[in-house]
Design a protein around this ligand. Structure first.
Ligand code: CUK
Ligand code: CUA
Length: 645
């Protein structure tokens, strides 16, 4: 990639060209491709041994989250979130379908970009993992005692939720910023206007979502913003605590041929939001109530069945009527990532088309605001002077800086998309210390705790956009690629490549000890409050109410009870409510019936799940257990007879 780097240094057009052509480049010198020395022993986790870290990776356009062990790179689990998942019936069974409800209807997919671990005082607490839906803006929360999605909230008045779901260090909020601006009307409606009225009618919103109580995620407030595209965000900490930073691009408010137009401006902006000021403006009644509905879905703890409700109002703040709420920090050309160092003093931007990495200072920001060092104002938002807030610039870091993480030892690591490398540099002196190639075109990178107050700075994972020749080829579509580096010494050392699901954008990792001891091993049958639970074999049976048939059934090694069902008629809708009455870790059963259109059920011990089935013809239909549960698993089966009505 060395040649490409030197070829691409130059004006914005050349950089842009590099960005577009990058996907065609595959060259890496063979020797540089190899992990060196003792790499193998550093990632070797012996059979039966556990990894040091849990890594949670966004599943990109798969809509899910994947869990890997580090340093081995072993895939431990795919957690279904936004997409139906046949493997465990997520989104197919009646209990989880409500999780995928939105005001647009049932949406069994999304595009997940960023994970975020819940924090206490700026440090991951091992409680929850948040993940965004970028397409139909939503934030999901995963309970890390069960590794199951237990809540999803939709973001209203927004089109796409990309800068999401980053958290405040006190854990009170997670945020979502609109990916696309749209013509939002006074009542929050998406207006029918001419697209070329963009400059006058299109608006963005920044949303702060209350996230500190179980099953009560709510839009605390939104901020109506100029019609830019909001990209990424991170909360301040230490001296910048109480502030949230969002990058935006397209400050030209172009709506066509964005790649040519959006790079016209020399500088775009980071929006610095004072969310304590937002709270006080809301308390003073300065927010307008916008009655836009949004979905709030959550898992009921006892029944383990989801509920979905529509929430009807959102407090909307306008920077014009809440002075001190938002300031703009000029930032070179199309900034992408914005990352705050562990001390909270440095706010690092990634300028996709910039030739430097600009770093803003929290101390200078506060002083510049106090001294009113403004160069202009946009829609009620003061624009600070670049030099007044700048801490320093990393010169010649490489090309296409996107995202930065920190090792807690005063070093920063930035991903360089165009020059395809990870660059290590020093906070405060801005000198480049080391660089290591990535294969190829790194997007996000991740250090365990690397965006928190206390990074565990031993490993770095690069998540690459292009795989090319790294694995055995598998047709035109290749697995996504991650790479593990050792960053414990002065030099960055490549240790391992491993494939990932979907396209991981961001990821988080924490020491395993924070999570592994708190795992739920099974659900207690005595606490199961599902309305159709069957707690003992003798209590199962079949019940008709009009055209609805409810079958209450248990699953236990190695049979269903009841196992032969008669009395179903053509035209009926059948609900199989199956309870796994095992009370032992890792003893799951499945349930599938011939011709069913709703995948299967996978039943955790102690759990009840419901498969809805509308038989298409008369006859006798077999059903069986799909999860190999015992020596007599294959015998775990039954029949249901469907007669004419
Ligand atoms: S984004 Cu993917 S490389 Cu959606 Cu966070 Cu930067
Ligand atoms: Cu139950 Cu296999």
């Amino acid at each position: 990639m060395k040649t490409s780097r030197s070829l691409l240094v130059g004006g914005g057009a050349a950089l842009l060209g590099g960005l577009l052509f990058l996907a065609c480049r595959t060259t890496g010198t063979p020797s540089a491709n190899l992990a060196v020395g003792d790499a193998a022993s550093k990632v070797y986790v012996a059979p039966g041994q556990h990894d040091e870290y849990y890594a949670f990776m966004s599943g990109g356009f798969s809509g899910q989250v994947s869990v890997y062990g580090l340093p081995s790179g072993r895939l431990l689990k795919v957690i279904p979130v936004f997409s139906q998942n046949a493997e465990n019936g997520w989104g197919y069974n009646e209990e989880t379908k409500p999780m995928l409800e939105t005001t647009y209807g049932f949406i069994p997919w999304d595009d997940s970009h960023h994970t975020e671990l819940s924090q206490t005082d700026g440090v991951p607490n091992g409680k929850w993992l948040f993940i965004n839906g970028n397409n139909t803006p939503r934030i999901a929360r995963i309970d890390l005692t069960t590794f199951e999605t237990d809540e999803i909230v939709q973001i209203p008045n927004a089109a796409g939720g990309h800068a999401s779901p980053f958290t405040t260090p006190d854990g009170r909020y997670v945020v979502s910023a609109t990916r696309f601006s749209i013509p939002i009307g006074d009542a929050g409606e998406n207006r029918d206007v001419a697209i070329d009225s963009y400059k006058d009618t299109f608006k963005g919103t920044l949303s702060f979502v209350k996230a500190d109580e179980p099953t009560k995620m709510r839009i605390a407030f939104q901020i109506l913003m100029p019609g830019y595209d909001y990209d990424l965000g991170h909360a301040g900490k230490g001296p910048s605590e109480g502030w949230f930073f969002f990058t935006s691009y397209n400050s030209e408010r172009a709506y066509t041929k964005l790649e040519a137009n959006a790079s016209q401006a020399d500088k775009d902006y980071i929006a610095a939001v004072n969310y304590k000021q937002a709270e006080s403006c809301v308390a003073q009644g300065k927010a307008r109530t916008v009655n836009t509905r949004y979905a709030h879905n959550w898992m009921d703890e006892g029944s383990r069945a989801a509920k979905s409700e529509m929430v009807a109002s959102v407090p909307m703040l306008d920077p014009r009527t809440c002075p001190g709420l938002v300031y703009y920090l000029p930032t070179p050309k199309s900034p992408h990532g914005v990352d705050v160092d562990p001390t909270g003093e440095y706010i690092v931007a990634g300028g996709k088309l910039a030739t430097v990495i600009p770093v803003h200072s929290a101390t200078k920001l506060l002083k510049a605001i106090a001294d009113k060092q403004f160069e202009s104002e946009i829609d009620g938002i003061p624009v600070l002077k670049y030099q007044a807030v700048l801490a320093g610039e990393v010169q010649k870091p490489g090309l296409g800086p996107l995202h930065t993480e920190f090792d807690g030892r005063g070093n920063a690591y930035t991903s360089m998309f165009i020059s395809s490398e990870v660059v290590k540099w020093k906070l405060g002196t801005w000198e480049v210390l080391d660089r290591a190639p990535t294969y190829y075109s790194v997007g996000h990178l991740m250090i365990p705790g690397g965006d928190t107050k206390k990074p565990w700075g031993k490993y770095l994972v690069a998540m690459n956009k292009i795989t090319k020749d790294r694995y055995l080829p598998t047709g035109p579509e290749l697995a996504q690629s991650a790479q593990l580096y050792d960053i414990s010494g002065d030099k960055i050392k490549l240790l391992l490549d491993f494939p990932t699901i979907g396209e991981p954008h961001y990821a988080n990792a924490v020491p395993a000890s924070l999570i592994e001891q708190q795992q739920v091993k099974f659900y207690k049958l005595t606490e199961n409050t599902h309305p159709f639970v069957t707690k003992a074999e003798a209590q199962g049976g079949i019940k008709r109410a009009g055209k609805r048939v409810d079958v209450n059934m248990v699953a236990i090694r190695s049979h269903f009870a009841p196992d032969n069902l008669e009395g179903v008629q053509l035209g009926d809708t059948v609900y199989f409510h199956v309870t796994n009455i095992e009370q032992d870790w890792d003893i799951l059963h499945g349930f599938a019936v011939l011709g069913a259109t709703n995948a299967e059920l996978i039943l955790n011990p102690g759990e009840t799940k419901t498969l809805k089935w509308v038989p298409a013809a008369t006859g006798v239909y077999p059903f069986y257990c799909t999860d190999f549960c015992s020596a007599l698993h294959q015998e775990m089966q039954g029949y249901v007879r469907v007669s004419p009505a």
